[in-house]
Design a protein around this ligand. Structure first.
Ligand SMILES: [Zn+2]
Length: 111
């Protein structure tokens, strides 16, 4: 099978293994110690030492979450929350994924 394969990189940490693209639920701490989970974050992980390497996209997503998520999730107006939930249901996504998507596309336009 010759599906399009991701580039293989040598791990920068151990120089032994290679990195593999993985999707993880990445947990980070926002201001005030609140825990935020970014679902399905795409990262590369070394098959040898387990070092995690974050690409540009992942890094930016984490930055966006750090900057906004805590507030966003907590201080959504009830009607906005309802709208988002409705959108999420339409797209068959979780509310978090919907917010991720909106944050991501919003950031892309802004930069
Ligand atoms: Zn490694």
């Amino acid at each position: 099978m010759s599906q399009k394969k991701a580039k293989i990189y040598k791990c920068p940490s151990c120089k032994e293994g290679t990195t593999e693209i993985k999707k993880i639920n990445y947990q980070l701490k926002a201001k005030g110690g609140r825990k935020i989970i970014i679902p399905d974050l795409e990262i590369e992980e070394c098959t040898h030492c387990g070092e995690r390497i974050f690409g540009m996209k992942a890094a930016r997503l984490i930055e966006v979450h750090k900057a906004h998520s805590g507030r966003l999730l907590v201080r959504l107006k009830p009607e906005v929350h309802a709208q988002l939930r409705e959108l999420a249901r339409k797209h068959h996504r979780s509310l978090n994924q919907e917010i991720n998507f909106l944050l991501e596309t919003g950031v892309d336009k802004a930069s």
